[in-house]
Write a protein that binds this ligand. Sequence first.
Ligand code: GLU
Length: 521
Amino acid sequence: MTEPFSAGIGGGGFFVYYDAKHKKVHTIDGRESGPATMTEDIFIDPADGLPYDFQEARVSGLSVGTPGTLATWEAAAGKWGTRSLGSLLQPAAKVADKGFAVDNTFRQQIADNAAAFAQFGSTSELYLPAGAPPVVGSTQRNPDLADTYRLIAKRGTGVFYRGSVGADIVRTVQNPPVAGAPGAPWAYPIRPGDLRLSDLANYRLRFPAPTKSGYRGLDVYGMSTPSSGGTAVGEALNILEKTDLSKVSMTQALHRYAEASALSFADRNRYVGAYTPQSTLDKLISDGWATQRACQINPAKALTKPVPPGDINASGCTPAAVGGPVEDGQSTTNLTVADKWGNVVEYTLTIEQTGGNAMVVPGRGFLLNNEMTDFNFTGTQGTAPDPNLPGPNKRPRSSMSPTIVLKHGKPFLALGSPGGATIITTVLQVLINRVDLGMTLPEAMAAPRASQRNTAGIQAEPAFHTQYGPGLEALGHSFSADVPELGAATAIEFRPGGGMIASAEPVRRGSGAAGVVRVRR
Ligand code: GLU
């Protein structure tokens, strides 16, 4: 798989691992962390006191956090792997050297980013040969990246976090390699950031306990903070569990899905950020809390959106707290892998936007992340505190939801997806499709998707809107403009007796890959 615009060592991610021998789920938080000098007003323009336009913040040095991906790979290989990171990087170096065939999706991702990529000589050399996106069928090589991988393989990750590669990252952030290519107008100034060598040297992975929630006899394990994925999926499932979805009409099931998701998003936005106390996370994912939230759902009428968040200190039904909605972004890579011993990896990694901050580190061949724009630029919760404002060394809230579901203590499903905040609803929807709505895993993945993230309208794929829109509209739901697709999931189902069903997208994002890699004997 080659997804340089969604994944790579310039970014971060969350790794969830089921250890078959010890029957235990572990996680690695390899999220990017903000520079030590990052202040709450980093995305406020000093000239006018207003937040930057998103693209201005994204294509800048301000948006770059210390990448955690390489450290994640090293830790995963060291703890649970059978080979060293150095040997694992060799096949990737080979692909980078030899290249891969450009397909439509890859070409389109470049075309969508052409104006931003053209700003930087290092990026346009690699991805805009002759000033335009490469043609479909041509070979995309990246010898600089091959050299970077080989250097890391030889010298270890110190060369990245405390050595020459790190120095190049810092130089790129502090002094963006602007080319100012003619014919590619860019509406914004390109601002430097203040990521320093010390930020890279001080980067540490975290190994938080996974979130855990029960759903119809299954144990659902997810990612804890700074991702909101585990708690948001868990809370919505707990709310959904109050109804037997397999016994109601499809319209009612989807009505519940939309309502549970909106309620869960309201609470996520109000309470979940990098520093949310464990007691608050525990409360949000408790059955008692789901009862307090689920009682608002009216089978005959959709709630008015946005719904207010719940007051976690109050008791009884619908305790409203002060707060407001929030929205966010798109792209990323998801991997689901299992081995013959029954170990399972569910890993979502990203550089945030497709194309990250648009800066390829000169001579190193990889794009930098713009993960810091996952912070809210200003408070979103009215007079209540916003848990996701920027701060020194802070990690921005994520929606990535790598999820492993156990049945009677053994893996049953593993799944995850890209898609910014829609990741949460995609994981939720695939789960209920498979567990409650009578679909096989491939059907659950292929089914049309919709996402209600506590906004006025449901965001839907056209096929969903056509099929289920009238029924949901009759209940008072409204739809915002359709989007061509939501998510690009991967999943594995573990069958009794040891079989596995590997499933990827049949169509979305140019379709995915699922299969068995044979071990040479
Ligand atoms: N930056 C996003 C997050 O952490 C993921 C990017 C995406 O999937 O679009 O939630």
